[in-house]
Design a protein around this ligand. Structure first.
Ligand code: ZN
Length: 317
């Protein structure tokens, strides 16, 4: 019974002060977030395990229109160790408002704000979402704000406030050279609040799988994956994996440190474990790979079943 007040007393001031290491270090890790932030115990939390064969095919989930993703915007980008991840703020560059997404079942325009990563440690994978129970080495989140809202705090007040694109990684033999700029910069931002201004911007699409493959995705309504866990995120989790070599992945696991506490700790396992789906549905895009049964069920299998049933009970005339 003493645990909750004790946690409140110790953890809340530190989290408010931005001591993000506490978010992921036991015994005050993600399992206890709901004790200090009740919203983290809500019914629409993220991440989740996506069971492909249980997802519901939705023909309205067509190709997402990526605007500005294929251009290097003017200005410079700043890569920051914010104490719990590596984040690149896109809002700082001029013309960033032109990097946005529409269509793909999204209502309105969502403007890209920042991207960041979640990963494991040298022995464990660290994606947040899992696909059919499989956790992947790393996950990229590109956070977008509904253009109806002016600030992120305003957006957090609305269920349709944010849209996050989630990409899972796989280990490849060769380096993914499109990640060289980011990986090379990690050694310069090892401590919390360290930042580095990248020499040049680049098209965001460089970081992603080939555009035609991005029509395969899963969609559900969820939350931010760090406190306050606001349930304001329309999630899109893509099927196609991003390749990254082991040495590139290891750079994230070895070069970076959480915000300093009494002792310095490596920035590893900065992912939240999967959360219950409850009554939510996961929808599969038009092109997503789900079992043919799920896809055929509404249009073909049920009428066929009824036809057979009618045949069985109608006697000879
Ligand atoms: Zn994230």
């Amino acid at each position: 019974m003493m645990r909750i007040p004790l946690l409140l007393g110790i953890t809340l001031p530190l989290v408010l002060a931005g001591d993000y290491a506490l978010l992921f270090l036991l015994p005050l890790g993600p399992l206890h977030w709901k004790e200090i932030m009740p919203a983290c115990g809500g019914d629409n939390q993220s991440p989740i395990n996506i069971v492909r064969r249980k997802s519901q095919w939705d023909k309205d989930l067509d190709e997402i229109l990526f605007e500005g993703y294929d251009q290097a915007p003017p200005g410079r980008w700043r890569l920051l160790n914010d104490g719990h991840t590596v984040v690149l703020n896109l809002g700082g560059a001029p013309a960033a408002e032109q990097i946005n997404i529409t269509k793909g079942g999204l209502h309105g325009t969502y403007q890209a704000l920042q991207f960041h990563f979640h990963w494991g440690d040298l022995n464990h994978n660290g994606s947040e979402h899992t696909l059919d129970g499989i956790q992947y080495p790393m996950e990229l989140h590109i956070v977008h704000i509904n253009s109806k809202y002016k600030t992120i705090s305003e957006a957090k007040g609305h269920p349709n406030g944010l849209a996050v694109l989630a990409f899972l990684f796989k280990v490849s033999d060769a380096d993914n050279t499109n990640y060289n700029t980011i990986v090379a910069a990690l050694k310069n931002i090892s401590q919390a609040d360290n930042y580095v201004d990248l020499a040049s911007t680049f098209p965001l699409s460089n970081l992603l799988p080939d555009m035609p493959l991005l029509s395969k995705y899963y969609r559900y309504k969820g939350s931010l994956t760090t406190p306050n866990c606001d349930e304001v995120v329309t999630w899109t989790v893509f099927e196609e994996l991003i390749p990254l070599s082991k040495s590139q992945l290891d750079a994230f696991k070895k070069m970076l440190y959480f915000r300093k506490m009494a002792t310095t700790s490596r920035m590893t396992n900065n992912f939240r474990p999967i959360q219950p789906l409850h009554s939510r549905k996961v929808y599969a895009s038009r092109d997503a790979t789900i079992s043919s049964c799920s896809r055929l069920a509404p249009s073909f299998v049920i009428p066929l079943f009824l036809y057979v049933l009618v045949g069985l009970f109608s006697g000879p005339s």
